[in-house]
Write a protein that binds this ligand. Sequence first.
Ligand code: MN
Length: 203
Amino acid sequence: MAQISVFKADLPDNISFKGQVAIDTETMGLNLLRDRLCLVQLSDEQGNAYLVQIIKGVDCPNLKKVLTDKNILKIFHFARFDVAKILNDLNVMVQPVYCTKIASKLSRTSCPSHSLKSLCYDLLGVSLEKEQQTSDWGSEELSPAQQQYAANDVLYLHQLKEKLDRLLQREGRYELAMECFSFLGTRAKLDLLSFNEPDIFNH
Ligand code: MN
């Protein structure tokens, strides 16, 4: 049975990941420079979720070790935001990275939506609740509903990656996807320097 564990400030010493880990973050809002990082959620392939409440001024060496471990692939949905937020608040560059949103955009061009909710429904037949999305993630104690929501955002990413990898291969866009994932660190740095609006890649 999958479990949700909540930790303050850092992962405990006795938790380790191998191969790949699904990651998401919750913040005080969607403004990268204004809104602080509140929560980092991680999930292994066994379906366990680990929620780490980030405390300003308290370091998180165990979490940072996972985020920067070159032998552990970090799977995100919309990695662009999370990688930038983590770089800004924790001062580490997450790598290597996989993004299910980019994978979907490259391989599922007939689909109008590439939200996590749509991907879970279309590829896994799972209906995700999104009610807690705008709740107070800065709260010292997370409610059971918040914990479940935060966990749900990482619990399906491993399965989604498996499906999306096959679609990318089928459409001949697997290599292109990997190149996009490699660029995400640079994209994050550009976003933090406000080179996103207007985007420097636009005319
Ligand atoms: Mn989330």
